[in-house]
Design a protein around this ligand. Structure first.
Ligand code: 5RP
Length: 231
């Protein structure tokens, strides 16, 4: 384990937890950084800060429930005041790629409904250019082979995500293709092209959805506002 990285994730999570206020409904992200957030939020709940959570994955749901955070189902949730989640890559224009943990579909639904979105991370996630991280594409199982061929026709390399020796299944029962694009591919354009292929449920391109980011760095946490926010 990279202790420095873990410390940065934890610091970012703590900084984001300061935005949770009494009575809010909070979208709880998925992945290792989000686990720090959920633990911190659980601690604050125990200290008397009351809020509701809505989880972006079964993992996060289980963790939050084990910490005593009251959880809402989608039909119970009115406003989502704030969503806090991790990212896999983010560029200077605040364009993010997510889905390394396979929760991209629920994560995008929650982020798109949330009034405010905070992405939390260690500094390794801040990149000059998107594209190094394999780009996640969620497909219905029947459509996967067709989508895979069409993505290969674009000159990219799609690989079916595996887990425990079988095809990885998302919480919604879908497959994930992890796509490596050719160098200098415009990820937002490629994502749009892929999003339009029948059989694709969602992609890991999260555009400029966040209101701000909190990044743990070697010189402390940096909170940056996104001037381009587009939901
Ligand atoms: C899960 C995600 C995660 O937020 C992303 O993969 C970052 O994970 P981690 O905090 O473990 O680096 O998008 O679908």
């Amino acid at each position: 384990m990279d202790h420095k990285k873990e410390q940065q994730k934890q610091q970012a999570a703590r900084a984001a937890a300061d935005y949770i206020k009494e009575g809010m409904t909070i979208g709880l992200g998925s992945g290792t950084t989000s686990r720090y957030l959920i633990r911190e939020a659980g601690k604050r709940y125990g200290q008397g800060l009351h809020f509701y959570g809505i989880a972006t994955s079964r993992d996060s749901e289980q963790l939050a429930a084990s910490l005593g955070i009251p959880l809402l189902e989608p039909e119970q949730a009115g406003k989502i005041h704030l969503a806090i989640d991790g990212v896999d890559e983010i560029d200077r224009e605040f364009r993010a790629v997510k889905g390394g943990g396979g929760a991209l579909l629920r994560e995008k639904i929650i982020a798109s409904w949330a009034e405010e979105v905070i992405w939390i991370m260690d500094e390794s996630k801040l990149v000059e250019r998107l594209g190094a991280f394999p780009f996640p594409v969620e497909t219905v199982p029947f459509g996967m082979p067709f989508v895979k061929r069409r993505i290969a026709d674009m000159g990219a390399v799609p690989a079916l995500r595996m887990g425990d020796g079988k095809s990885y299944l998302t919480d919604s029962g879908n497959f994930i293709l992890d796509v490596q694009f050719a160098e200098n591919t415009d990820i937002s354009q490629a994502a749009e092209q892929i999003r339009n292929m029948p059989g694709v449920v969602e992609t890991g391109y999260f555009g400029q959805m966040c209101s701000r980011i909190a990044a743990g760095t070697s010189s402390g946490v940096k909170v940056m506002e996104n001037p381009h926010r587009a939901v």
